[in-house]
Design a protein around this ligand. Structure first.
Ligand SMILES: Cc1cn([C@H]2C[C@H](O)[C@@H](COP(=O)(O)OP(=O)(O)O[C@H]3O[C@@H](C)C(=O)[C@@H](O)[C@H]3O)O2)c(=O)[nH]c1=O
Length: 196
């Protein structure tokens, strides 16, 4: 498994090497030993306690989601189809605070994003059906949900396709400005941080 660094601080991409033959292929999608060694934290992989999967139709955008409290680490890969996956660094003091980067995740490259705590995450489905698998290192708690509008002008994310469907939660998401004010200890989180 190769590790690629990204433009975003502490975000890495895990890139496996599939074995292809006449039957198809075999690939390891996660390697705890390599992951722990790269992070320099024995036991880091063992912290992932929930695995989830979502299915989206083409054009769907889910995001931009984060988590309050101590955040959550996340491993993200696309098991079916392809998605345009976007991360935003929301860690005050980080050299890449406020910056975003997009990644193509698909069911042929098997690339997995490692997202440390303190990032917003979202994606758009690029194929008729797109399944995204997540592993997170803390049990989900909706009270800690953060949502910033996927089309927030300040974030300026260039979604590649017309947006077909978004959830009610995402339609009600707060602004990047709300979130920045809240992160700075001032202002009210407004809809950026809210219970469902
Ligand atoms: C995220 C999540 C949702 N749910 C439930 C709540 C709700 O009834 C249903 C759908 O939830 P949502 O609409 O929040 O699902 P969705 O919009 O797909 O949320 C996901 O978006 C992507 C971008 C992420 O990064 C994920 O961490 C997660 O926030 O599933 C869980 O039970 N566990 C979970 O971990």
């Amino acid at each position: 498994m190769q590790i690629e660094h990204t433009e975003l601080a502490d975000v890495i991409v895990l890139v496996p090497q599939p074995f292809r033959d006449d039957r198809g292929l075999f690939t390891r999608t996660f390697d705890a030993t390599a992951f722990d060694a790269h992070l320099g934290r024995p036991g880091a992989a063992a912290a992932f306690v929930q695995d989830s999967q979502s299915r989206s139709v083409r054009g769907v955008v889910r995001g931009m989601h984060g988590r309050a409290g101590r955040g959550e680490a996340k491993l993200v890969r696309c098991a079916r189809g392809a998605v345009y996956d976007v991360l935003v660094d929301i860690r005050p003091g980080s050299p890449t605070f406020g910056r975003h980067q997009a990644f193509l995740l698909d069911d042929d490259g098997f690339r997995t994003l490692y997202v440390p705590p303190g990032y917003l995450h979202g994606f758009q489905a690029l194929t008729a059906v797109a399944d995204v698998c997540y592993r997170i290192d803390r049990p989900h708690d909706p009270v800690e949900d953060i949502a910033v509008a996927y089309d927030d002008r300040d974030l300026g994310i260039g979604w590649p396709e017309p947006v077909t469907v978004i959830s009610a939660r995402d339609r009600a998401a707060g602004s990047w400005a709300d979130l920045v004010a809240w992160l700075g200890g001032g202002g009210h989180p407004g809809a950026a941080v809210r219970a469902r």
